[in-house]
Design a protein around this ligand. Structure first.
Ligand code: C5P
Length: 230
């Protein structure tokens, strides 16, 4: 067994907009663990591809790009902060253009393979909270605690609408609802690593739960598991 395999991992998978980012950051801060935002890994590939004019069907160059990413993550109270090649990208990674491109590059098997080791390298003591779509099913299949964080499309669209309104961006609720449904379908129905709960995942439906309730429920799952938390 490799040394990192003894480091505990909590995986939090689920569809877009279920609140995984905020929840993962809060849980990581509370446990004092490291955090991996795997959505930001795919978004970074998409961002770099758009910046360098690499087309979505240029598999060889996309795979090459995967090898050049120097990424780090830190948990903060409002979500996970991602740094790419020493630069905090923040909102640049969250644009709609990057979001759409990331879900297209994420459907390419060779890109997913090229990002496996990078994602696993974040498994460092004292523990890791890994957030994404296939953390519990593929990347950290041996994780001792797996959560699938879900919420209705209606509720996820409502939360995102509120967030964007607070930022002063005007997008209609209907448009957000349709975009979320389309992205869910693409992520769930793709042949590689579809967004599905691992067989041993605990499903947490946050539709009518507050953020504090979700965090408390997940922390209690970690504390009740046989893995050691100081
Ligand atoms: O979670 P986020 O919206 O940032 O992820 C962006 C895209 O990256 C998703 O739509 C999904 O297609 C892809 N993704 C993935 N596997 C992961 C995390 C994200 O395919 N583990």
């Amino acid at each position: 067994m490799s040394e990192s395999a003894s480091v505990p991992v909590l995986t939090i998978d689920g569809p877009s907009g279920a609140g995984k980012g905020t929840v993962s950051a809060r849980v990581a801060v509370e446990l004092g663990w490291n955090v991996l935002d795997s959505g930001a890994v795919y978004r970074s590939v998409a961002h770099a591809a758009l910046e360098r004019g690499v087309a979505v069907d240029d598999e060889a160059r996309l795979v090459e790009l995967c090898g050049t990413l120097d990424l780090s993550f830190s948990p903060a109270s409002d979500g996970v902060k991602a740094c790419l090649n020493g630069r905090e990208l923040g909102d640049a990674l969250r644009s709609e253009e990057v979001g759409v491109m990331s879900s297209r590059v994420a459907a390419i098997p060779s890109v997913r393979r090229a990002l496996l080791e990078l994602q696993r390298s974040f498994r460092r003591p004292p523990g890791l909270v890994a957030d994404g779509r296939d953390m519990g099913t593929v990347v950290f299949e041996d994780a001792p605690v797996k959560v699938f964080l879900d919420a209705s499309v209606q509720e996820r669209a409502r939360r995102r609408h509120l967030q964007l309104k607070e930022k002063g961006e005007s997008v209609t609720f209907d448009r957000l609802f349709r975009d979320l449904e389309a992205r869910d379908r693409r992520d769930r129905e793709r042949s590689v690593a579809p967004t599905l709960p691992a067989q041993d995942a605990v499903i947490v439906d946050s539709t009518s739960m507050s953020l504090d309730e979700v965090v408390a429920r997940i922390i209690s799952l970690v504390r009740r598991s046989p893995i050691l938390v100081p």
